[in-house]
Write a protein that binds this ligand. Structure first.
Ligand SMILES: *[C@@H]1O[C@H](CO)[C@@H](O)[C@H](O)[C@H]1NC(C)=O
Ligand SMILES: *[C@@H]1O[C@H](CO)[C@@H](O)[C@H](O)[C@H]1NC(C)=O
Ligand SMILES: *[C@@H]1O[C@H](CO)[C@@H](O)[C@H](O)[C@H]1NC(C)=O
Length: 170
């Protein structure tokens, strides 16, 4: 009985640790990087539409005018009922704090996970064939739409659905 109690306590302790860890910001972002990320996401969600995300992203992450967040934006081409361009969760999930041009992404194997700015949620490689490379089941319709030394934008056929593919864990 004592053992069961100890196991239960240990389990609760681990659960608490997991909960605390997953609710904090990405461990590898500095305070400054987090501030840039917040600024970009705020601008994107106030732009109102997926179409305007790219301008908001570029204007607030300009390597000529200050510090940038090295990152990749997945820019949806069309909107989808139920996935809102003004949601901070949706916007955060479409940004990866890494420079991933198509030559890097195309080497990733199916089921590889790419952590996003939405804490605890990642994008998954669903098909890595050259003719139909998909992430979260969505086709990369225009790879490398924009590429600079610190930023990449890929156009996606549709927005990602983080509830379905995000994994809920790193
Ligand atoms: C998107 O979210 C905004 C703000 O929460 C809300 O006003 C709007 O009605 C939503 N649009 C859709 C299509 O869900
Ligand atoms: C991946 O995409 C290619 C090209 O669209 C298709 O032929 C293939 O069946 C897909 N593979 C899987 C596992 O869905
Ligand atoms: C997103 O995924 C959830 C969970 O699978 C699903 O219930 C919801 O309908 C999906 N939303 C869209 C717009 O496909």
């Amino acid at each position: 009985m004592a053992t069961t109690k100890h196991l239960l306590l240990l389990f609760l302790l681990i659960l608490t640790m997991i909960t605390i860890t997953s609710s904090t910001s990405l461990p590898f972002l500095t305070t400054e990087q987090n501030q840039i990320a917040t600024k970009i996401i705020d601008a994107m969600i106030s732009s109102g539409s997926f179409e305007d995300w790219s301008g908001a992203f570029l204007n607030n992450n300009d390597e000529l005018n200050g510090p940038v967040l090295t990152s990749t934006l997945f820019l949806p081409k069309t909107s989808v009922e139920g996935i809102n361009a003004t949601s901070p969760l949706v916007a955060s999930y479409h940004i990866v704090p890494q420079w991933l041009d198509f030559s890097v992404i195309s080497l990733m194997m199916p089921f590889s996970r790419i952590p996003t700015l939405l804490s605890g949620h990642s994008i998954v490689v669903t098909n890595n064939s050259a003719s139909g490379f998909t992430l979260d089941g969505v086709l990369i319709s225009e790879p490398d739409l924009f590429v600079s030394p610190s930023i990449v934008i890929h156009r996606m056929a549709f927005p990602f659905n983080f509830s379905r593919y995000g994994g809920g864990h790193i």
